[in-house]
Design a protein around this ligand. Structure first.
Ligand code: HEM
Length: 141
C-alpha cells in the first residue's frame, strides 16, 4: 500500500472510533451471519472481545505507516489464533465482514479509493498473519 492509502485508512478509521462499540456489534453480527460455524469459537459474552478487536485494529491502523513496528504483535496474534481454531480460509471471510462494516459505518465517506485502501491494508495484514501462522504456501493461496 502507498502513503496515500495509509492516510485514507487512518482518516476513515478515525471516523469509526467514536462508534467503535456499534461497529464491533455490526462486525460480529455480519461475521456470524455469513459464517455461522465460527460463532461457536467465540465466547458467549462478546463484550470484552468487541473491545479487544477495536483496540487491536486501532494499533494496526496507527502502525500502517511503519509496518515493522506492528509485525511482531501481528505475528503473535496470528499464532494465538491457531489455538482459537482459526484457519487460513477464515481470513478472507473476516476481511469481508470488516469491509462490510466499514461501508455501513462510513456511509458516503466509503469511496472507491477508501475501499481499495482498506482492501490493501487487510490484504497486507492477513497475508502476513497467515504466513506467520500456517506458512507461506497457505498465504499465497
Ligand atoms: C486481521 C484479522 C484479525 C484480527 C485483527 C483479530 C483480532 C483478535 C483479537 C484482538 C482477539 C482477542 C484475543 C487476542 O488478542 O489473542 C481475537 C480473538 C479471537 N479471534 Fe480474531 N482476529 C482476526 C482474525 C480472526 C480470524 C480469521 C478468525 C477465525 C474465525 C478469528 C477468530 C477469533 C476467535 C475465535 C477469538 C476468541 C478467542 C477466545 O477468546 O476464546 N479471528 N481476535
Amino acid at each position: 500500500m502507498n502513503a496515500e492509502q495509509v492516510k485514507l485508512v487512518q482518516e476513515s478509521f478515525s471516523r469509526v472510533v467514536p462508534i467503535s462499540e456499534t461497529a464491533a456489534v455490526i462486525f460480529y453480527d455480519r461475521l456470524f451471519e455469513v459464517a455461522p460455524a465460527v460463532k461457536a469459537m467465540f465466547p458467549a459474552d462478546m463484550t470484552e472481545q468487541r473491545q479487544k478487536l477495536m483496540a487491536t485494529l486501532a494499533v494496526v491502523v496507527n502502525g500502517l505507516g511503519n509496518l515493522e513496528s506492528i509485525l511482531p504483535a501481528a505475528s503473535a496474534l496470528a499464532k494465538r489464533h491457531v489455538s482459537y481454531g482459526a484457519r487460513a480460509e477464515h481470513y478472507p471471510v473476516v476481511g469481508g465482514a470488516l469491509l462490510w462494516t466499514l461501508e455501513k459505518g462510513l456511509g458516503e465517506a466509503w469511496t472507491p479509493e477508501v475501499a481499495d485502501a482498506w482492501t490493501a491494508a487487510y490484504g497486507t495484514l492477513s497475508g502476513y498473519m497467515i504466513s506467520e501462522a500456517y506458512g507461506r504456501a497457505q498465504a499465497a493461496e
